[in-house]
Ligand binder design. Structure first.
Ligand SMILES: Nc1ncnc2c1ncn2[C@@H]1O[C@H](COP(=O)(O)OP(=O)(O)OP(=O)(O)O)[C@@H](O)[C@H]1O
Length: 266
């Protein structure tokens, strides 16, 4: 079964073509990475897939359902962790996840157990009753994963899941994603600027540049095409003509974003 099927998708903002005739297939149970420089069209693609933007041309199907015609059914199958902060600092971790459980129609009788289960998966049981405003960046990201998981999505969509996290917190998020995949056999679609993340987590990756698909394959096959010692960064550079420097969101833009986050949390 195909989890995601994108055919001839294009999306414009005014005159600007953000996604240009994109074709992409993600198989059931796969962890698939969407890579590309800033502005490549990754987030726009995820937003169409998430039913946030209706497709302007082309089509997107999630487990056979059309994102336009069957938007509500598609939403029920999805868990989404956006780039922007999606938790409420004035609530505890448990309350944040419970709120999502209500929002996503988790049956009332099952809610408390389901919330406890996902908090356990992301290793936040001990901190569950503390206000989220006291959480570290890594804990916030794990709480967002718990929120996205509480309706047991068939497809988990992660937009830069570890941006701004230190290596230890990043490792911890990776471990949770892998555990969830093993436990539930869910399909994961993520975007990232970290080539190491793509290499470790993803069964296949696609490289986007200027709205177009430039390459798709397993990390191993894409690296092998470039030579015996090639890294995924070499592959990235080859297809996009740009280096990753300044791409990782550690720049001013991200610092601003992080500060905005801190303000909201505090
Ligand atoms: N709401 C919007 N209005 C106008 N232009 C937009 C809007 N959203 C995105 N764009 C433009 O569309 C292009 C693709 O943006 P998108 O956010 O999809 O890229 P991305 O690959 O996710 O980049 P990043 O890695 O920086 O998140 C960019 O040139 C961006 O400036």
């Amino acid at each position: 079964m195909t989890a995601v099927e994108v055919s001839g998708l294009s999306h414009r903002f005014g005159d600007h073509v953000a996604v240009d005739n994109l074709d992409l297939t993600v198989s059931d149970g796969e962890c698939f990475g969407l890579l590309g420089p800033n502005g490549a069209g990754k987030t726009t693609t995820l937003r169409v897939l998430n039913t946030l933007y209706p497709p302007q041309s082309g089509s997107v199907r999630v487990f056979g359902l059309d994102v336009k015609a069957d938007a509500m059914a598609v939403r029920r199958m999805l868990g989404y962790v956006p780039q922007q902060l999606s938790i409420e600092g004035a609530l505890s971790g448990r309350e944040n996840v419970s709120w999502f459980a209500r929002l996503f129609d988790v049956p009332r009788r099952e809610r408390a157990a389901r919330v406890a289960e996902v908090l356990d998966i992301v290793d936040l049981t001990d901190a569950a009753d503390r206000l989220a405003s006291t959480y570290s960046g890594g804990m916030v990201r794990r709480l967002e994963l718990a929120q996205a998981l509480v309706n047991r999505p068939a497809l988990l969509v992660l937009d830069e899941p570890t941006v701004g996290l230190d290596p230890v917190a990043r490792d911890s998020v990776w471990a949770r994603v892998q555990e969830m995949q093993e436990r539930y056999g869910m399909t994961v679609l993520l975007t990232t600027h970290y080539m190491e993340e793509a290499d470790i987590l993803c069964d296949r990756v696609a490289l986007m540049h200027l709205g177009q698909l430039r390459a798709v394959g397993t990390p191993a096959s894409l690296k092998a095409e470039r030579g015996p010692d090639a890294s995924l960064e070499d592959v990235f550079r080859h297809y996009t003509g740009s280096s990753l420097e300044g791409q990782e969101k550690g720049g001013l833009r991200d610092v601003r974003g992080t500060r905005r986050t801190a303000q909201r949390m505090g």
